[in-house]
Design a protein around this ligand. Sequence first.
Ligand code: SF4
Length: 334
Amino acid sequence: MGRGPTADYYQVLNEDYVEGTMTCLKPSTIKSVINTQFPNILNIEPTNSCNLKCIYCPRERSDKGVGFMDWNLFTRIVNEASEYSKLIMLNFHKDGESFIHPKFIDMVRYAKKKDVAKTIHMNTNAVCWTDRIIDEILDSGIDDITVSLDAARSGTYKKHKGIDCLDKVEDQVRRFFKRREKLGLQRPFTRVKIMEFDDVSKEEVNEFIDKWKDVADMVQITGIHNWSGEINNIKVTDETSQVRYPCVIMWYALVVNWNGEVTVCSVDWNTEIKVGDVKSQTLHQIWNSHKIKEARKSQLEKRYDKYSVCKDCIVWVSVGDITDWLIQQKEFYL
Ligand code: SF4
């Protein structure tokens, strides 16, 4: 839903992703792109600092502390990525609000200039958008933005996010779309998102759709997960397969945290599955390290309890069981 057409744009995403997701590659894509040189999707966390206090986010409990990625470390990561096949996606987020990083727009520009990814995407809460930042976003070359609004009513927003600023954020996001239109731009493709908390009524979700369907490129409604059991007072509404099989994300994605620590997925909020550190290793080395092979092997052997974050994960990448094929790709785990 939304203003779309966006058929050309979605052709790009749909070539690679299971429809409706921006995490799950199609099994046919996985089989044709994965390689031991470099991952196909990279998440870079400019910062895990945030300007909201969402009740469903475990960010502040993380042992890694709050910080900002060093510019030289960032350019080293992107320079290395540019030596390999183009990433399917570069995601500029993990646990924080990326716009808080003082050089965030420069990071986007740098990655764009290096042409490292088919799509550069980010999640943002848009809280700190101003007219100047909006112009910078539109000029930066970023391809795709998900704006997490997560409410149609101020009371819901304040209750879930700790700050009473929905009206202000909505105004900024509207200004963003107006400015993009005035400049005659199609990019970045920008969706607004609401999550299905059990205390968000169907009426509020419908209000959200009505508010945004003629403004945003897409209105997205997503389920909730509980960060592998870390947030225990919310009702999980995300979907998952009833039959568990290996989570294939470890075969195509890596996450670089602000401090250089590398993990296998964004669900790993406390960096439990640390497979390397870009301060002392290349991503290519990490992609072939003993640690990541051990993690992949634990999935193939269905030892999901090797890591607590995997054991209780309900958003593991369930795109169809390709275990037999993965077992044949011995170089990924031996
Ligand atoms: S099972 Fe969950 S926590 Fe483990 S790698 Fe997959 S997505 Fe991440």
